[in-house]
Structures are given as structure tokens and as C-alpha cells.
Design a protein around this ligand. Structure first.
Ligand code: GNR
Ligand code: NI
Length: 177
């Protein structure tokens, strides 16, 4: 088991399109375990392999109240989107401190492989539907802030750059004192 570092926006590696998993083997099962531990530790309700700099189509999700219902999605595909959409205030472990409204399909049907390589399908609504769409976006190299207006994206980028400048300044002061 290992905690994996999470890439932070605007790291360009978050824009990598992940490749399908060719074989669900022990290497993938180890990745799933490490991703689950990283997600629970954060804590978050989902994590895509892209966020830990592994560009293969693996996602872990747990939207249960007691964080005891892990959902493992390998090579997930959304096979149906409801016409109805819903707005949800989203956050992301790769964009710390940013929360904003994103409109997505309110229900989806998903097809995926589990950690034994068995195909399964399910229907999702509520937070699970939001989370599945958010995580599949990550696998396609898309971060939720890219659903926001360019004005908002620029404000977020400027805020992050300012924070990085200040952190750098503080670190430099510590060294010289
Ligand atoms: O922990 C998370 N919470 C969350 C809240 C609203 C909509 C989406 C999410 S996913 C996020 C974890 C994450 O960044 N997954 O990629
Ligand atoms: Ni995210």
C-alpha cells in the first residue's frame, strides 16, 4: 500500500488522454489499492489514475456515507446520458480550494471492468453520476475547471500563480533567516 502524490492543476500532465488497460493483472490491482488509499486519505469521493500520473483508464469512487463501498472502474464507458441535466458544486483533489457549479447529465449508464477483469454495468444518479462524469473527464485529460467560463479559468489560474509566488517567497525567506 502506498499514498501517491496527486498532480496539481495547471500541471500539463493532467491533460494526457489515458490508454485503455490491456490486461487486468496484479500491477493494475496494486494501482487500484494505492489509488483507493490515496483517495480515502485525501479525503475525496473519487480519483482517476491520471491524477496520480498514471495514464491508464482506471478510476476509484466511493460516495458512500461511511466510505466503505469502493467502486473500481477499469476502462469505463458511459453508454447512456439522460437528457435531463443538473448543476452541482464540484471540487477536485487536483485543484485545491476551488469549488464551482458544473452542469452535467443527471443520470448515466456505465459499463466497466472490475478488478477481476469482469465486465459489469450500472445506472448512476445523484453524486455518483456527477463523480463518474468528473472522473471520466480526467481520463480524457479534462479538469472540471475547463467546464467553467474562460474568465473564471483565468481567475483560478491567476490565484494559483499568486499562491505559488507567495509560497516560493516564504521558502526563500526561511532559507536566508
Ligand atoms: O472528492 C471529490 N469531490 C467531488 C465533489 C463534487 C464533484 C466531484 C468531486 S470528485 C472529487 C475528487 C476528485 O478530484 N476526483 O477526480
Ligand atoms: Ni477531480
Amino acid at each position: 500500500m502506498a499514498l501517491l502524490p496527486i498532480l496539481q492543476y495547471p500541471d500539463e500532465r493532467l491533460h494526457t488522454v489515458a490508454k485503455p488497460v490491456a490486461q487486468v493483472d496484479d500491477r493494475i490491482r496494486q494501482l487500484v489499492q494505492d489509488m483507493a488509499q490515496t483517495m480515502y486519505d485525501a479525503p475525496g469521493v473519487g480519483l482517476a489514475a491520471t491524477q496520480v500520473n498514471v495514464h491508464e483508464r482506471v478510476v476509484v469512487i466511493d460516495v458512500s456515507e461511511n466510505s466503505d463501498d469502493l467502486l473500481v472502474l477499469i476502462n469505463p464507458e458511459i453508454t447512456w446520458y439522460s437528457e435531463d441535466s443538473e448543476v452541482y458544486e464540484e471540487g477536485c483533489l487536483s485543484v485545491e480550494g476551488v469549488y464551482d457549479k458544473v452542469e452535467r447529465a443527471s443520470e448515466v449508464k456505465v459499463k466497466a471492468l472490475d478488478e477481476n477483469g469482469e465486465q459489469f454495468e450500472f445506472h448512476a444518479d445523484g453524486l455518483l453520476a456527477v463523480c463518474v462524469q468528473h472522473e471520466l473527464d480526467h481520463l480524457d485529460g479534462k479538469v472540471f475547471v475547463e467546464h467553467l467560463s474562460l474568465l473564471k479559468q483565468n481567475r483560478i489560474l491567476n490565484r494559483i500563480r499568486k499562491q505559488q509566488r507567495e509560497a516560493k517567497k516564504l521558502a526563500a525567506e526561511k532559507v536566508t533567516v
